[in-house]
Design a protein around this ligand. Structure first.
Ligand SMILES: *Cc1c(COP(=O)(O)O)cnc(C)c1O
Length: 358
């Protein structure tokens, strides 16, 4: 494996207070960078002071969006150690996204070492207040200066870090969701399975429209028939119906969430029936009508679990569990966050330590 060189920052930034963290606004003292050239492969992995980039305006990322990203977090435990949650899953998904977008894959062991080295160097940036964490954003961009539509011959892989506040300041809180009937996030054969920029650029209009009406997120339907439920905002989605849990199967247009995979595993551990299959919107509305829809929640790294208190569809409102967080949603949330912060046993070896090396 290649060795990662380290150039420490000479000027350290002022760290924001733990109760003043805004998601994705502040960045730590260092970043990771590695370059790629056709014929040479990935080279020069290095941790350097956080800095702006100089790029050719013809760089392909600016024109055709050939790029992928990941999102995971580092957590501070009560013993003051720093740990990661299933980083191997994020790195594998990064490479699956790379393959979809014709970007060369990265060495998985090197990518993990890069995350650990960077987080270790900036470990004082991992906040201490309950519910806070350090968000880790690995990403790859196409850098070749060329306006032809083809895969770039050069790339840059970077990792930046941003301290984040508690997602729920006043406890886990159900949100209102509007079913999106006009715009589509992804279709089978498209790029919905990959964490790539265009998926997010293309979904902002739907998000802006529902935000004006007071909804937190949209519920995405399939692009073919607009009958099946796919995701909620940038989260995967689960429904508890008459004691059983259902979640849309990974059909090709759904982002395979690490949180989703972990939720399914926990439910199976607890002996809860969980089905991954096509989920019709009509089935959810019918279950609501006959009183079987017990809970609904989104899952993702940012919120972990985001209960759905209300669905809006076709001018009708469907209130779920009286706008309350259901017991299963709460149990999943508490178990997952407990594992992430080290207060709950980790039966599946999901936790990876960030060793103190410096
Ligand atoms: C990142 C993401 C998720 C959640 O994935 P996690 O690995 O659980 O954070 C779900 N849907 C979309 C569209 C995403 O981008």
């Amino acid at each position: 494996m290649q060795t990662i060189s380290i150039t420490p920052a000479t000027d350290k930034k002022q760290k924001p207070a733990d109760d003043q963290l805004v998601f994705g606004r502040q960045f730590t003292d260092h970043m990771f960078i590695m370059d790629y050239e056709e014929g040479r492969g990935w080279y020069d992995p290095r941790v350097v002071p956080y800095q702006t980039l100089e790029m050719d305006p013809a760089a392909m990322i600016f024109h055709y969006g050939q790029t992928v990203f990941e999102g995971l977090k580092a957590y501070r435990t009560a013993q003051d150690t720093i740990q990661l949650f299933r980083p191997d899953e994020n790195i594998k998904r990064l490479n699956r996204s790379n393959e979809r977008m014709c970007i060369p894959t990265v060495d998985e062991a090197l990518a993990l070492e890069a995350i650990q080295t960077l987080v270790d160097l900036d470990r004082d940036w991992v906040p201490r207040k309950e519910g806070t964490s350090l968000y880790i954003r690995p990403f790859v961009i196409a850098t070749e200066p060329y306006l032809g539509v083809s895969a770039s011959k050069t790339y840059t892989f970077m990792i930046i870090l941003s301290p984040v506040g508690a997602y729920y300041e006043a406890g886990i809180n159900p949100v209102k969701i509007a079913v999106e009937n006009e715009y589509i996030r992804a279709v089978k054969g498209g790029t919905g399975e990959a964490k790539t920029a265009g998926n997010y650029a293309g979904s902002m209009i739907a998000q802006e429209n529902v935000a004006k009406k007071g909804y937190a997120q949209v519920l995405w339907l399939d692009g073919h028939e607009k009958k099946y439920i796919e995701e909620v905002g940038s989260m995967n989605v689960f429904f508890k119906i008459a004691g059983k849990v259902v979640t849309p199967h990974l059909s090709g247009s759904i982002l395979p969430g690490v949180t989703r995979k972990s939720v399914i595993q926990l439910l199976q551990d607890w002996g809860v029936d969980v089905e991954e299959r096509p989920v019709l919107l009509s089935e959810i509305l019918a279950a609501h009508k006959n009183g079987d829809l017990e809970e609904a929640f989104g899952s993702g790294t940012a919120a972990v679990i985001s209960p759905i208190g209300e669905l809006f569809y076709d001018e009708a409102l469907y209130v779920i569990n009286q706008h309350q967080t259901g017991p299963l949603s709460k149990r999943v949330y508490e178990t997952l966050t407990g594992i992430q912060y080290g207060s709950v046993k980790d039966p599946h070896q999901w936790i990876v330590d960030v060793p103190k090396k410096r």
